[in-house]
Design a protein around this ligand. Structure first.
Ligand SMILES: Cc1cc2nc3c(=O)[nH]c(=O)nc-3n(C[C@H](O)[C@H](O)[C@H](O)COP(=O)(O)OP(=O)(O)OC[C@H]3O[C@@H](n4cnc5c(N)ncnc54)[C@H](O)[C@@H]3O)c2cc1C
Length: 400
């Protein structure tokens, strides 16, 4: 295995890191307390123009839509750098859920769909959302989805309730996962359909408060009602019943990018913890860093971050070489492990800051509130652990 950073990538990572520290982090305070995306959007628009002029826009995007065309491993490394700020991915054009939707459109979109949606999405002119999870059915087992799309003439008529549709507020379109073939085998029942958000029957009910923060725009998670929402059948993506297949392909590389983003968060929390430890005087002239407990947290955090990082790079390396299907154990393993490491490191950093740690005067409380979902979305911890154990045990059972 070779985790050397490719020569062509190193200067891009350096430039991205410098831009993040000099230009993006100073904007954070405008959003930290309120999670109000619209309050920072004009400044972020300016920053996005600068990123484009630096040639760093859309790192994960294919080159034919103006992206850098990075591999899974390369974009993982970029994602780690950008994760240092909650605004990093947005400013560089690779934020969830748009990054995943862009991949789907690129791979499965018709020419007409690409012309209408992919170009503007890649340019950052519009945003999108992905609408799968429902309040009334288990997101951890989406084969039980209830939202249905029924054919009527040339159209689909969609009815159902969704929630946790991230970034629906202000999005131009949703990719909706709906049951189109109820009598098919369970993994062939659902399809993905493009629904412009100005379609009659698309109703954004509310932005759901996350531990007290409803947020807005890209930084929000919406509840949506589809009420006789009618779209042309040509809005289908990738064929009837292909919904789960497409979702799986979207999630594989997506998990690497999430995990590397979480490692970026770990690095930020770690830096803040160490900076606080050496500057906060706790006992006369003695800093907090003189205490054994704090030193233990610093050493344990460093070891956990380094180990987690190697596990993610290993999974990315496998995906690039042998494909997603043969890297399933590694992908599931990092999904629950890195989320856990991140929560522990952020928690220790908060504790080191005392009361300051739970205020919005540092980025730590933002991470604590908004990244707790990492152990739930893209498959809860327990589902990934069960999957890892099942695959490992299978080999032993065959030999028993
Ligand atoms: C911040 C955030 C952003 C999100 N963004 C989106 C989005 O953009 N689009 C979208 O469609 N969805 C999104 N989601 C929803 C997410 O995908 C679901 O929350 C997730 O799939 C879990 O589904 P659920 O909430 O219905 O939990 P449930 O399925 O009800 O599960 C509840 C809990 O049960 C346990 N559990 C479940 N299955 C098992 C099992 N087999 N064995 C043992 N224990 C189990 C787990 O602890 C799990 O957390 C987002 C969620 C969060 C938190």
């Amino acid at each position: 295995m070779d985790f050397l950073i490719p020569e062509s990538l190193a200067p891009k990572l350096e430039a991205a890191r410098a831009f993040l520290i000099d230009e993006v982090i100073p904007v954070e305070p405008d959003m930290l307390g309120s999670s109000d995306f619209y309050a920072v959007e004009p400044k972020l628009k300016e920053l996005r123009s600068k990123v484009k002029s630096l040639g760093l826009w859309l790192p994960q995007g294919p080159e034919d839509v103006g992206g850098l065309g990075l591999s899974v491993l390369e974009h993982g490394l970029m994602s780690e750098v950008l994760g240092y700020s909650p605004l990093g991915h947005y400013v560089f054009g690779c934020q969830a859920p748009d990054a995943g939707n862009l991949e789907i459109l690129h791979q499965y979109g018709s020419k007409e769909q690409k012309d209408r949606w992919l170009g503007p999405l890649a340019a950052g002119e519009i945003r999108s959302c992905f609408s799968m999870t429902e309040p009334d059915t288990p997101g951890s087992n989406p084969t039980e989805l209830a939202c249905a799309a029924v054919k009527d003439g040339d159209d689909f008529v969609i009815n159902g309730r969704k929630w946790f549709t991230t970034g629906a507020d202000g999005a131009a379109f949703a990719i909706v996962m709906a049951i189109t073939n109820p009598d098919a085998p369970k993994h062939g029942r659902a399809s993905q359909i493009i629904v412009p958000t100005d379609t009659p029957g698309f109703e954004l009910v509310r932005n759901i408060p996350i531990m007290g923060h409803a947020g807005s725009g890209w930084a929000s998670h919406a509840e949506i009602r589809y009420d006789d929402c009618r779209v042309p059948q040509k809005n289908l993506l990738g064929g009837e019943g292909a919904g789960f297949l497409i979702a799986q392909e979207r999630l594989g590389p997506g998990r690497i990018h999430h995990c590397m983003r979480w490692l970026g968060i770990c690095e930020r929390a770690f830096d803040l913890m160490c900076q606080r430890a050496v500057t906060r005087k706790i006992d006369g002239d003695k800093p907090l860093a003189s205490k054994q407990t704090i030193r233990n947290w610093i050493a344990e955090s460093r070891a956990e971050i380094n180990a987690a990082r190697l596990a993610v790079l290993d999974a990315a390396w496998r995906i690039d070489r042998v494909g997603f299907a043969r890297a399933r154990v590694e992908i599931s393993l990092i999904k629950f492990h890195v989320a856990d490491v991140m929560m522990r490191v952020v928690d220790r950093a908060i504790q080191t800051h005392g009361a300051l740690g739970v205020t919005s005067d540092t980025v730590l409380s933002f991470f604590y509130v908004h990244e707790r979902g990492a152990r739930i979305y893209d498959g809860p911890d327990e589902v990934h652990k069960a999957s890892v154990a099942r695959r490992i045990l299978r080999a032993y059972e065959e030999k028993a």
